[in-house]
Design a protein around this ligand. Sequence first.
Ligand code: PLP
Length: 357
Amino acid sequence: MAGPQLPHVGAEFYSMFKETVELARYVFKNQNGTQFVFTGTGTTGMETSVLSLVTRGERTLTLSTGYFGHRMLLLNQIHGAKADTIEFKDGKAADPDTLRKQLRKSKYSVVFITHVDTSSSVANPVTDLVDECKDAGVLSVVDSVCAIGGVPLDFDRLGADIVFTASQKAIAAPPGAVLIAVSQRAMEYMEKRKVPIESYYMNLLRWKPIMDDPKMYLATPATQVLLALREAMLEVKEEGIENRWTRHRKLGDITRDRVEEWGQKFVAEEGHRADTVTSFWVENGKAGPIQKTLEEEHNIMVSRGIYDDRDRMIRIGHFGILSPEVLKRSLDNLGGVMDELGLVPRQVAVAKRRKKA
Ligand SMILES: Cc1ncc(COP(=O)(O)O)c(C=O)c1O
């Protein structure tokens, strides 16, 4: 990124872009569908999916396990869908049986699923959920922003119609690019739409020719971001995507072990805790002091809950190029800060100090 500004026309850009799209195919395990990469964020992926697949007035279903599921519902509403939702509360994952029953009750054109909801750190059983959609003949969209590159996802085998992520999470590039895989079925569905897609930019049919031939122009790409994205995905390839999933499983296990050791309560139910992010409840009012002290004393940043949960939830992001060793050291510091603030149960804190001594 720090190199000279790469023009968005010319042989160097064209070949870099083609390589980037091929690397995205590797990261998604997408050999059968169409692969898109363009300037935007995760929200661009969300809104592009809604606009490209849903015609105003159609009935859609959004499975919500947190803030980002709710945002998906909102986008469906904004763009005129008759938008139903099933909300799974209290850290519960989306349940395939509940989905099956709902799909029998009403006819939907598209079901929207979050892979990992970053707000609750719930990891949903995407394979089973997408299978239900396939059985019912309904299109499915998976928001995998907080999963791809860290949590197993094989686009061709999954058989979802759209899966998207953004550059800045487990792929570990700077923000600014959205990556979207689209099934053959969804491409045909869009081509046959009676009402044209009501967007210029967030319109997969308009982006398709550019993916085939980057000499075509739709809008100027953020070239330096794409350069960084290519580099980050080369690192993914060098590590090997399966090895990366294994490393993230380890990062998840290390974090979960610590949270248990500290005696804190997980937000997500057992068996559905993500390998990319871990959330836990703390005493109300303590999330701010934990975040502030950790940053000031150790230069480590953790997140707090979103909106209503801001003062009582801590979220630890553990994805990207993070090593188990660095994570362990960071968790040592977080544990120390919580101890200083009197948040680690007495017996745990004493046992830890003894071990240290
Ligand atoms: C699961 C999920 N979906 C969508 C988004 C939106 O992505 P962005 O903030 O890049 O627009 C995020 C962002 O954190 C996310 O975690």
